[in-house]
Design a protein around this ligand. Structure first.
Ligand SMILES: Cc1cc2nc3c(=O)[nH]c(=O)nc-3n(C[C@H](O)[C@H](O)[C@H](O)COP(=O)(O)OP(=O)(O)OC[C@H]3O[C@@H](n4cnc5c(N)ncnc54)[C@H](O)[C@@H]3O)c2cc1C
Length: 494
């Protein structure tokens, strides 16, 4: 006879111990300290999937260097709309982190954030002309007015000497640079946030807690079936509100919840790899995050970049990411993940997305077939003197790109993030990966607005204004306010 499972009641259940749940738990705890929050993570520690420092690039995405946020229009001009959005969203994250530091909620900023110049580097006449136009469109805006441009080899050699060492190609080159870009250890930030909230009497963190199913009860509450992966015990979490922040595990749980809003979504996994530098001397010869331009047909997340990282006090140097294909949705997931998410309502959009993205499929096949030397050749396009023996290949995090029906009911593949909320606001899930962790604060503020009627109450508004006084939309409409917002977040760079 099976034993009756224990039912643990909580106001809010957050699935996943990555940066998204950590951010939401912290916001909710600040807004409603009396409500109970339960965070459920299947791994033995938090931040072991995409939010781990080794699994993502740690770029504080603010569109300072990423060329994919500024597409060139047919008339040749450069559209900076997306860059303005991402920059203003990163300002929200910086303000929230600064609030937490000033109120001694989390450790000193150096434990998770370091200022590192953000640069773009291009070669070839067309790309140099694109970069110049991008600079002209951006540096006149208050968000980007510290951007510098140079097509002068000696200046670029001063900024990034490795790129000019024995560069024999006669192609023109150009670069832009902004000094105050950020390298963020999102793993450390996640641990910081969760360590802070789990000390509160109303917040509990359950590790090795794998959520297997989600069901709606007749009383309107959600029941989560959980297995403790260490003891094999099973229990139920009953909650009024559920956030599915399970990264690659979100799609399957959203499908289990049976909310209409999740119908038709599918996922396409793309794995990643880095070349990581083993030569200490070399690591100290480069100090910047330098983004190049994606090859034609390449997805935006595979823009090549040579990055200085600071992880747990140590400096390192990464190049990549190279894309790969695996049917797993989590790095620590199962090869059956892709199959398990295929349902009647998403099979057609998924097939259609596959058909419409044949270029991407070809790109991924080509990437998977690359040898170590081929990958080194890709690095040598930026750093011509790179030697194979100084670098090793490491596996990065797993991304699951969103597939959804468009207006014609055909499947399209998206590279952004997608928040899915039930109509009554009692359940919400986050799909997709980009711009991801950098905009976690904005994404979670959006969830609060869509799912919690008290968002508009004077109490919540007052607290929200204390935590994030300059909101992204306000900054876009009044860009001159960015200076005040940056003064508030100066504490991050002390
Ligand atoms: C190669 C790569 C480079 C990237 N570079 C950047 C970058 O430079 N800047 C940036 O801002 N973003 C970047 N990102 C994106 C960023 O890493 C993600 O957006 C972010 O980490 C997602 O956080 P999350 O909390 O949603 O997911 P995760 O960190 O993946 O956390 C989800 C958690 O849920 C747990 N889980 C899953 N299923 C279950 C279940 N059934 N029950 C219980 N727990 C479960 C997992 O174990 C995991 O710990 C990058 C991502 C990749 C892969």
């Amino acid at each position: 006879m099976s034993r009756k499972k224990e039912i643990i009641k909580t106001d809010y259940a957050l699935i996943g111990g990555g940066i998204m749940s950590a951010t939401l738990a912290t916001l909710l705890n600040q807004l409603e300290p009396d409500k109970t929050i339960t965070i459920l993570e299947r791994m033995p520690h938090v931040a072991l999937e995409s939010s781990s420092a080794w699994n993502n690039a740690g770029t504080g995405h603010a569109a300072l260097c990423e060329l994919n946020y500024t597409p060139q229009k047919e008339d040749g001009s450069v559209d900076i709309t997306k860059a303005l959005k991402i920059n203003s969203q990163f300002e929200e994250s910086k303000q929230f982190w600064s609030y937490l530091i000033k109120n001694k909620c989390i450790e000193k900023p150096k434990s998770f954030l370091n200022a590192i110049p953000h640069m773009s580097f291009v070669y070839g006449t067309d790309d140099v002309s694109f970069l110049r136009k991008r600079y002209e469109a951006m540096h006149v805006h208050p968000f980007f007015n510290s951007m510098k441009f140079s097509a002068d080899e000696s200046q670029i050699a001063e900024w990034i000497p490795l790129f000019l060492e024995n560069r024999t190609s006669k192609e023109p080159i150009a670069a832009t640079r902004i000094e105050n870009g950020c390298d963020v250890n999102f793993g450390s930030l996640t641990s910081n946030l969760i360590n802070f909230v789990k000390e509160k009497k109303n917040v509990s963190l359950k590790l090795a807690a794998h959520v297997e199913d989600i069901e709606r009860e007749d009383n309107g509450k959600w029941q989560l079936e959980v297995e403790n992966l260490e003891t094999k015990d099973e229990y139920i979490i009953e909650a009024d509100f559920v956030f599915i922040g399970a990264g690659g595990g979100t799609l399957e749980l959203l499908e289990d919840s049976d909310i209409d809003e999740a119908d038709g979504y599918g996922g396409f996994p793309v794995s990643g790899q880095w070349l990581v530098c083993k030569n200490e001397e070399l690591i100290h010869k480069h100090y910047a995050k330098v983004y190049g331009k994606a090859k034609v047909g390449a997805p935006p997340m595979s823009v090549p970049h040579l990055d200085t990282r600071r992880i747990n006090g140590e400096r390192s140097l990464f190049f990549g990411p190279f894309a790969g294909f695996s049917t797993k949705f989590l790095k620590n997931g199962s090869y059956l993940d892709l199959i398990k998410t295929i349902e009647i309502d998403n099979v057609f959009p998924m097939l259609a997305a596959g058909w419409h993205n044949r270029k991407l499929t070809k790109y991924l096949i080509d990437q998977v077939r690359l040898s170590f030397n081929d990958r080194m050749d890709a690095l040598r396009e930026y750093y011509p003197e790179a030697k194979n023996e100084d670098w090793e290949l490491k596996i990065a995090g797993q991304r699951v790109q969103v597939i959804k029906k468009d207006d014609e009911q055909v499947g399209i593949l998206g590279f952004g993030t997608e928040v899915v909320c039930s109509a009554d606001g009692t359940l919400s899930g986050l799909l997709g990966a980009s711009p991801g962790a950098s905009t976690a604060t904005s994404i979670m503020l959006d969830i609060l607005e869509r799912c919690f009627p008290q968002y508009h109450s004077p109490e919540w508004q007052a607290k929200l204004n204390e935590m994030v006084p300059y909101r992204a939309k306000d900054l876009r409409e009044n860009p001159e306010k960015v200076l005040d917002a940056r003064k508030l977040s100066a504490v991050l760079f002390e």
